[in-house]
Structures are given as C-alpha cells and as structure tokens.
Design a protein around this ligand. Structure first.
Ligand SMILES: [Zn+2]
Length: 322
C-alpha cells in the first residue's frame, strides 16, 4: 500500500559498526579483489558515484549470532569467507542532478589523533574527503547531505575537528525518529564512542540548515525518497533514487551481508531490534524485487551493487547486475 502510494506520488524514479572485538580488526588491510575506490553509474539522468571510505572486517559470531553452525559453515564456504574475517566496506554516495550535489552518508571521517575505545586506540582515516577532491568536488560544493542513521561509519565525515563542519553550504536531511532517539534517554545504553560521534557530528547541526523530516516514503528532493527501515537503529532510512524509468535503492545497513537475504532469521549483534530489522529487510526486498531496482548496500563487497532474486520464495542476492 505504502509502495503504491509512493509510486503514484513520486515526481521521478551499509551500520554495522563493531560494538565488540574492535581490537581484532585491521582497518587498513586490503581484503578486496578490486583496487577500485570510485565507481560511477547512471540512474536515468542522475550520476551516482560510490566512494570506498574504508575496509573493515567483522566476525561471524557477531554478524550471524543465532545461525545454525552447520548451515553457517556451508554458507560462509560458499561466499569464500572465514568466521574471523568477513570483509566489509564503508561507503558514501554522491548524487549529481542538475545543480544539486547530494551526499548520502559521509563515511567515518578522518582523525589525526587516536580514539580510545575500551582501552584500545584507533585512528580512522576515511577516504571520502580525498576521493571527492579527486573528482573535483570541493566540500563547499555539496548542496545536500542525507544521513541514513547515526552510527559512526555513516556520520563521522560530517565534522572535521578544528576545521569544523565539512559541508558548510549543505542542507542536512535527518529523520526525526533517529534524531529523537539519540537525543533522549532511550539511547543511554549505547556505547560512549557512539554517543560521542553523535554529539560531535550530529548535535552541532541543530542551528544550521537542518531538515528534520517525518513519515515514510518522504520525498526529500525531486526523485529522492526516504523509506523508513527501523530495526538496525530506531530511525534508519533507505533511499530511493528515481530518474526517468530507473531506480537505485540505497539500503544502508538494513542488510549487512548477502547471507541476511538468504537467511532472514539470522540476526546480528549490530541491530537495535531484531524483529523490526527482519520486517524492514522484507520490506526492502519486496520493493526492490517488484520494481527490479538496482540495489546499493553499504557493507557488501565494494561497490555493493546488485539485484534481488527470488526463487520458490527464497530470496537471494545477485552481484551480476549489469
Ligand atoms: Zn554501517
């Protein structure tokens, strides 16, 4: 019903962040087969550029916490991954449409000083800023920033320490549900590091050009629509990009790994509410499948593009989208 409403009203067409085992990740290793850091595609007349911010690795025990062991072993063999090394990217996406330059998520940011988390020091050196410059895009050129949820790997690139805000001319589009959650006692149980990232990157937007919006299937800009996907966080959204007859569905962290498409009941340590997360996954799978949308997932193998297949009521991920 909501989908139909969206299609009628539309004017046009990946967080997991490790809560645990931080010290077991090598942030700077390169686990990928490709050296690509920038991938550009066209969705109708909109140019979409996907930037690889960082490489990370997760653990099966965190990604698939309730998986049947035999099934898990079989599955991770199929994906050629190891239980202690599930490669994952962080990304950001730039949409260029007329005179608009719209950034979806910002990467983790770039820290000069190590950050201490549970006794371990981490220095994050996200690449989004440099990669934008490589494309001749200055931070002042960004007209809009859409944040899908407030985990560090999505918001860390908003603020640049002593240099202040990274995108001084942008309008910032945030869903009210996510804002309300992180600015209330409901988020008191979240790790101090997460709260710190929200304070330094999000709360400071309060008196700036902030667009706090409500509802589901909310059109933020012509052809760019926010879809609520509660579960990973309280107010996470996915983004539909629609131009002419083409669609891109940016699912952010609603689905963290292709195995969560095949195994809808497998839960992760990184979701705020497992049942809601499952319902949101189904909502996105159905939407993408019915409209044959190209899908972009934040934490899948870079650039995280693919399509959703369904065979005898079993969902699957298809990287061969071209
Ligand atoms: Zn994430």
């Amino acid at each position: 019903m909501q989908r139909r409403k969206f299609l009628q009203s539309s004017t046009a067409l990946i967080s997991a962040f490790p809560l645990f085992h931080f010290n077991q990740f090598d942030i700077f290793n390169n686990l990928f087969l490709t050296d690509d850091e920038i991938v550009t595609i066209k969705v109708g007349t909109t140019t979409c550029t996907i930037f690889r911010d960082l490489m990370f690795k997760y653990l099966a025990m965190d990604f698939f916490i309730n998986a049947n062991q035999a099934e898990l072993e079989q599955s991770i063999n199929k994906y050629k991954i190891k239980p202690d090394n599930i490669p994952s990217t962080f990304i950001a996406v730039l949409l260029q449409q007329g005179d608009k330059k719209i950034l979806i998520d910002t990467g983790i940011g770039f820290l000069e000083e190590p950050m201490i988390f549970r006794g371990e020091a981490y220095v994050f050196k996200g690449r989004v800023q440099q990669l934008l410059l490589q494309q001749n895009i200055k931070k002042e050129d960004i007209t809009d920033v859409i944040i899908t949820h407030f985990h560090p790997d999505h918001i860390g690139g908003l603020y640049n320490g002593a240099n202040g805000l990274n995108y001084p001319n942008a309008k910032f589009h945030l869903h009210e549900n996510e804002w309300a959650y992180w600015h209330s006692t409901l988020s008191d149980g979240q790790p101090a590091l997460f709260k710190h990232f929200v304070e330094t990157n999000i709360t400071i937007l309060k008196n700036l050009n902030l667009h706090l919006y409500k509802g589901d299937f909310t059109e933020l800009l012509p052809g760019i629509t926010a879809v609520t996907t509660e579960g990973h966080t309280r107010g996470q959204i996915a983004v539909i990009i629609h131009s002419e007859k083409e669609y891109l569905l940016y699912i952010s962290d609603a689905i963290l790994h292709p195995l969560h498409i095949e195994q809808l009941d497998w839960q992760t340590n990184y979701d705020w509410d497992h049942q809601k997360a499952k319902l949101s996954r189904i909502k996105l799978l159905e939407l993408a499948y019915k409209e044959n949308m190209l899908v972009n997932a934040f934490h899948f193998n870079f650039p995280g593009l693919g399509k959703i297949d369904k065979l005898e009521n079993k969902w699957s991920w298809n990287y061969n989208y071209k």
